[in-house]
Design a protein around this ligand. Structure first.
Ligand code: MG
Length: 178
C-alpha cells in the first residue's frame, strides 16, 4: 500500500507547484502522456499543455516523457515539444524511469514523476524512491480496463485516508472527477 501513496495530488499539471519542487531540489520531471498531457484517445497535444511544458522548461526544469504508449507516438509528441521521450515504457517497471533519468542526466532524488495512474506512474516512481505527483485524468473517456482500475484506485485512496497516509482533502481532489 505504501508504495502506492503519491507524495502530492494535484488537479492537473497546471496545479503543480514548481517553486515547491525547486525547494526540494528537484531538477527534472518524468511526465506521462495519456490523460496527463493529452486526453485519452486524442492524437494531438492541446495548446495549453504545450504552453505548460514550455513554462516548465523556462523555469529551468528538464523534462522527459515516459509513456506506455507506442514509441512512435511518444516520440512524435516529444519532438513537437522539443524534449526526449521513453515510449513503450511498461510502467510500473523501473527500467523506463531509469532510462528517463539517464536521458536527463539526473538521479532519483532530483526528479519527480507526474502521471494520472496509481499502478503505473505512482507505483513505478515510488519503487525507485522518486517524488510522485498524481494528477486527475484529463478525460473520463478511457479503456474499460482503465475504468475498472479507476474504481480500484478510488477505493485505495479511501483506504489511504482512513490509514492517515493522505489527507481527505487530497483524496477529494482526485475523487471529485472520477
Ligand atoms: Mg496516463
Amino acid at each position: 500500500m505504501k508504495k502506492l501513496v503519491p507524495d502530492v495530488i494535484c488537479e492537473s499539471v497546471f496545479a503543480i507547484d514548481l517553486d515547491k519542487l525547486k525547494k526540494k531540489r528537484i531538477l527534472g520531471l518524468l511526465v506521462d502522456i495519456d490523460n496527463t498531457l493529452v486526453p485519452w484517445g486524442k492524437p494531438e497535444i492541446e495548446e495549453a499543455f504545450v504552453a505548460w511544458v514550455k513554462r516548465v522548461k523556462e523555469e529551468g526544469f528538464k523534462i522527459c516523457l515516459v509513456s506506455n504508449a507506442k514509441k512512435e507516438r511518444a516520440q512524435k509528441i516529444a519532438t513537437s515539444l522539443g524534449i526526449p521521450a521513453v515510449g513503450l515504457a511498461l510502467k510500473p517497471l523501473g527500467r523506463s524511469f531509469r532510462r528517463g533519468m539517464s536521458l536527463l542526466n539526473l538521479a532519483p532524488d532530483e526528479v519527480a514523476v507526474v502521471g494520472d495512474q496509481l499502478f503505473t506512474d505512482v507505483l513505478g516512481g515510488n519503487r525507485l524512491g522518486i517524488h510522485t505527483i498524481l494528477i486527475n485524468p484529463i478525460s473520463k473517456n478511457e479503456l474499460d480496463t482503465t475504468k475498472w482500475m479507476r474504481r480500484l484506485e478510488h477505493r485505495i485512496l479511501e483506504t489511504m485516508v482512513k490509514r492517515g497516509l493522505i489527507s481527505a482533502q487530497h483524496a477529494k481532489i482526485r475523487q471529485g472527477r472520477d
